[in-house]
Unconditional design. Structure first.
Length: 235
């Protein structure tokens, strides 16, 4: 599977997804006028179920992989755009999320296509939080097209989770987050947990900050997904 994409390929993908979403939404918004439809009820897409993401063998690499998913009207993943690529972690993450399921966004209770950012954190083995706890976020490979009525929440800053000092567990903790209108993390729902690691993942993500989602230019509450993939000790 080829993960890297040229700037032209990413740009074409981004424009294509935007065009598909706009073609679906404009006939719905047109009867009321886009400016006059701000009181219409838009509900963001959300996660339904998630599976494990295996940590690639024979590597101690850590970092964040960011995807921008296009979610169809039946909750299916219609497209996966790699926003932040962290070899050799990206390929295994992209393969795993194909098995995840989502609930489609709705506009006035009618399913509509939309997008959602998903961040996969490959957490370093740092018992007791020793060592690096924050991570850097390189620029995304492309921005979300601003012509879309709905723009998903995007991560601004975050940190790794602390690996419990006496734990021998490993695996994936998946969290479904509500992001507020100011970019703060609100409700955190556990979609997939690992004994002794779940609390550490939740503690970490509650400190993250996001750029809030917008609908027709106005900040709204939205959903985003963060997964922490804990590796076992390599010693």
């Amino acid at each position: 599977m080829r993960i890297a994409a040229t700037h032209r390929e990413v740009s074409i993908y981004s424009r294509t997804c935007a065009a598909r979403i706009l073609c679906f939404l404009l006939p719905i918004l047109a009867p009321h006028g886009i400016q006059g439809s701000r009181d219409r009820q838009f509900v963001c897409p959300s996660l339904v179920s998630a599976t494990d993401i295996p940590y690639p063998p024979n590597t101690t690499a850590s970092g964040v992989v960011t995807f921008l998913l296009t979610i169809g009207t039946e909750g299916q993943i219609d497209g996966v755009q790699v926003e932040r690529d962290t070899p050799p972690l990206t390929e295994v993450a992209q393969s795993a999320i194909q098995n995840w399921t989502f609930k489609a966004a709705t506009l006035d209770r009618r399913p509509v296509p939309s997008q959602m950012e998903v961040n996969i954190v490959f957490n370093p083995f740092n018992p007791g939080g020793i060592g690096t706890t924050t991570f850097s976020l390189p620029p995304t490979q492309s921005g979300v097209p601003t012509a879309q009525p709905f723009l998903p929440a995007r991560i601004d800053s975050g940190s790794f989770a602390s690996y419990p000092a006496r734990s021998i567990s490993w695996g994936t903790v998946v969290l479904d987050l509500t992001v507020g209108k100011t970019g703060n993390v609100g409700n955190v729902v556990l979609a997939r947990g690992v004994a002794s690691l779940t609390r550490e993942a939740m503690n970490a993500v509650e400190t993250w900050r996001f750029r809030p989602a917008t609908f027709q230019g106005q900040p709204i509450h939205s959903k985003t997904v963060v997964a922490f993939v804990f590796q076992r000790s390599m010693s």
